[in-house]
Design a protein around this ligand. Sequence first.
Ligand code: MN
Length: 359
Amino acid sequence: MTKEFEQLRNQLDDVNLEILELINRRAALVKDIGQVKTRQSIKKEFDPVREREMLDLITSKNTGPFENSTIEHIFKEIFKAGLELQEDDHRKALLVSRKKKPENTVIDIKGVKIGNGNTNHVFGPCAVESYDQVAQVAETVKSKGLKLLRGGAFKPRTSPYDFQGLGLEGLQILKRIADEYDLAVISEIVTPTDLEQANDYIDVVQIGARNMQNFELLKAAGDLGKPVLLKRGLSATIAEFINAAEYINSRGNGNIILCERGIRTYETATRNTLDISAVPILKQETHLPVMVDVTHSTGRRDLLLPTAKAALAIGADGIMAEVHPDPSVALSDSAQQMDIPTFDNFYEELTNLESRLKA
Ligand SMILES: [Mn+2]
């Protein structure tokens, strides 16, 4: 290697390091601008007018040897990296994110701890139909040492002519059951006004798939302060699901359980497609407990056990499934609810797997 060649190479190394220093200096400025924008509540999105002005200034000073088009291409990449940096800061700021809070959120519901590494399951009928119907399921749940019972009083149904639930009467039945059997009850609420009324009757507010982006309801649930079980929307991405949880947390209520319940895909063999990989993604991205609803994701009784096993194996904090004393006459979801003997077997198999997973 000639001396001249080596000198030129050394100069190139120096220029590389200068460019490095300059682009990082630029990045620091972009971050400062992002903070000023946040303080002044200015939207942080991409500003095409500003970008065009910057590119025009740069190319007007370009003396070559690079063509203007090449210079524009290089600077656009630098601009893009700066914008991504602002977005990263934004993501870091989400209250539900693990970046913000590394340790797991553990929710105490009448003494049951959700999210501490042990599993807790939620079983019960799709809809509250009568005191006797719910009491039969409560009896079974209680006999297994379980604490959480679900039951729908307000039923958002695809058809307006389908059974819409017993409403307040349903909540009153759940409250009576909770007191008599010492259980904690979970029920879906669909409007902010019903939330306040429901506060006296239930232990956990469920926000259903169809209301995952009902932002006023999310905010009201955040204000109420009671634990919330938030289901993933039918066609919601994981990012949208996490942002929906953020709405609740942003109002000061961090007691949120995320529930994967299947998403809409082209597949028709199941009612929805259970997105099992959402479980570890949600556990990585957020500090919240994650449950899997096997009833509504599959819509098939024969798939409840295998999907529940998959959910436990992949790290879910619990399973949600529907149980009815006589599913064939159930007023909703009659095709996928378990009768009590089927549930007994389902639960036995599930606990067998859990003890094997722990061993
Ligand atoms: Mn149901």
